[in-house]
Design a protein around this ligand. Sequence first.
Ligand code: NAP
Length: 285
Amino acid sequence: MVSGHTKVVGVIGSPVRHSLSPTIHNAAFEALQLDWVFTAFEVAPGRGDAAVEAMRTLGLEGLNVTMPHKAAVARTVDRLTPLAEALGAVNCVFRDGETLVGDNTDGAGFVAALREEVAVDPAGLRCVVVGAGGAGRAVAQALGHAGAAEVVIINRSPEPAQLAAVLAGGHGRVGTAADIPAGELVVNATPLGMVTARDIHSSRLPVDATLLHNGQVVADLIYHPATTPLLEAARAAGAVAVNGVGMLVHQAALAFERWTGSAAPTQVMADIVRSELERRARAAG
Ligand code: NAP
């Protein structure tokens, strides 16, 4: 039961009402019988800095940060981890005493999910990342850090692609669709294929499906729908296909551990996400 002693954590974003984070974290708190509660705060664009001050004033234990506040929060917290500083983006704020520390668990969450879900380690792999926004940059950095043989970035706009390639380290470079067939791991970090309220039956593909083949691992960061047009095409081509649920769970688990100091119950978190996504898919018809 929530009481005056209950520790409060939340996600800030806009829009944020459909966030899965409250479902994931409250299930984890309950599983570990922690007197903590997680909620979602709709924070208008431009008010991310005020939300960090509110965290301080209200004594919140931590925050998850989602669009459009990741860069603003990185400029507002007291301290950044070296990773969050390199990315210029924060997806998680935790306390170190009175100091508010900004971190980013997206890339590590992606790599952890790959290892757990499809037993794939990026070390030594030729990787292609399509998209170079916040998530694409975090994934590119994490793949480079994990020892990928090559991290090729393909993006609509050249400047973010260049930035992501630099973040990937010595083996990062900007590429084109012609690099996809040689990729052993192909990652979609664009929103193409995502269900949106406007475009519920989107069939858009981020890459030409004829470039995919048997022997590749194709990862989509999207988790709604569970099977995107890209993952469907990848399976049809004989590739191993993996969606964004695992990344969602593992980035959350890493944030949970920063806040509570306890090992996250990842299986509980994964189960609740999958059942909530199935419920939403049924409700959407
Ligand atoms: P973002 O910062 O807005 O970046 C979007 C990227 O997609 C940019 O590189 C953009 O290219 C590209 N893009 C957008 N529309 C495009 C189009 N019509 N054609 C070609 N490229 C297009 O978004 P983000 O935060 O990185 O998120 C990207 C995806 O990852 C989203 O689907 C998000 O839901 C997912 N995600 C999943 C998780 C998870 O836990 N599974 C976590 C974070 C994000 P330009 O640079 O040219 O604009």
